[in-house]
Design a protein around this ligand. Structure first.
Ligand SMILES: *[C@@H]1O[C@H](CO)[C@@H](O)[C@H](O)[C@H]1NC(C)=O
Ligand SMILES: *[C@@H]1O[C@H](CO)[C@@H](O)[C@H](O)[C@H]1NC(C)=O
Ligand SMILES: [Cu+2]
Length: 162
């Protein structure tokens, strides 16, 4: 009984925080680029994207002032160099909604003025929630099952000691 209670307590303490971090894509999500700032200059998109998990099935939505901005999807090198000569696509109307249908990194830049070199660029890693190797999803999922295993071991030890 004591051991059971110790395990139950550890489950609550250790497992619950993970639940708030959207470990699995129960429902597809629309990620609004830059949140309230939208797609604009002066926004740190590295910081913005770091706090998100982009699952296959989600959408990426750019909201911007179409007079001064646009969204070009580009390849890795062109993202790095802010090169708009080999674009994959260009969208001039807001909002622009990209469906994230396959895993992998996608790159977006603003082609207007020198906004890209000023930091108006976004790279996201789209992960398949079903894949368990080397993805952000795997880190979340793997971390969760590791914590689960740990809590069982610690719980068992506590049960034996008390
Ligand atoms: C973006 O497109 C997807 C797929 O069509 C849709 O489910 C989602 O609601 C759209 N998001 C917005 C904010 O319009
Ligand atoms: C993940 O697996 C579930 C169940 O097998 C399936 O319904 C779902 O479409 C898969 N998701 C992806 C992104 O492949
Ligand atoms: Cu711009």
């Amino acid at each position: 009984m004591k051991m059971g209670r110790a395990i139950a307590l550890l489950f609550v303490v250790v497992i619950s925080p993970a639940a708030t971090q959207r470990p699995t894509p129960d429902q597809p999500v629309s990620h609004f680029v830059g949140d309230g700032d939208g797609w604009n200059t002066g926004v740190n998109y590295v910081k913005w994207s770091k706090d998100q998990i982009f699952y296959v099935g989600d959408s990426l939505v750019f909201k911007f002032w179409a007079i001064t901005h646009a969204v070009d999807e580009v390849r890795a090198n062109d993202y790095k160099n802010c090169n708009t000569d080999n674009i994959i696509s260009s969208d001039q109307t807001s909002p622009t909604n990209f469906s994230l249908v396959i895993p992998g990194i996608r790159y977006f830049i603003c082609p207007k003025s020198d906004h890209c070199s000023q930091g108006m660029k976004l790279a996201i890693n789209v992960v398949d929630a079903n894949t368990t190797k080397g993805s952000a999803a795997a880190r979340v999922g793997g971390g969760k099952s590791f914590m689960l295993a740990l809590s069982i071991v610690v719980g068992a030890m506590l049960g034996v000691m008390t």
